[in-house]
Design a protein around this ligand. Sequence first.
Ligand SMILES: Nc1nc2c([nH]c(=O)n2[C@H]2C[C@H](O)[C@@H](COP(=O)(O)OP(=O)(O)OP(=O)(O)O)O2)c(=O)[nH]1
Length: 136
Amino acid sequence: MGHVVVGAAVVRDGRVLAARRTRPAAAAGRWELPGGGVEPGEDEATALARELREELALDAVDVGERVGPEVALPGGRVLRIRVCRTDGEPTALEHDALRWVDHDELDGVDWLDADRAVLPDLAALLRPPAPSSAPS
Ligand SMILES: Nc1nc2c([nH]c(=O)n2[C@H]2C[C@H](O)[C@@H](COP(=O)(O)OP(=O)(O)OP(=O)(O)O)O2)c(=O)[nH]1
């Protein structure tokens, strides 16, 4: 079990993909960003691409920039989120539900505790562009 857990902010059309956990019991029914532990010999982008293939059957994923702070997890691990982009359609292979969450829905989702630390940065990522103030 590695020290770093990577999570994917899969973003499309102003929404981010949330996945509902089935295990362990304390986390079942709560939502996370898909991902998992970085294994020995992997870099973070490779680990994320592997996790998205295993969990969501996504093949062509572009792993991009970091989002938000590194979050300390119980047990001494740390969670790091990266923006991911794909044209593929995710299929829940290890979660029991998926949903696309827009800016206004973010706060109402029952995220895992650690993920709440990333919500302000996710919100900034999803915020619709402000209307132009330039005179027309
Ligand atoms: N994938 C993911 N894990 C998260 C998030 N937030 C959070 O606290 N975690 C925690 C839950 C788990 O304790 C750990 C990741 O475990 P996991 O079960 O998804 O990963 P894994 O399959 O690689 O399992 P493991 O053997 O490395 O523990 O990180 C998140 O947004 N995404």
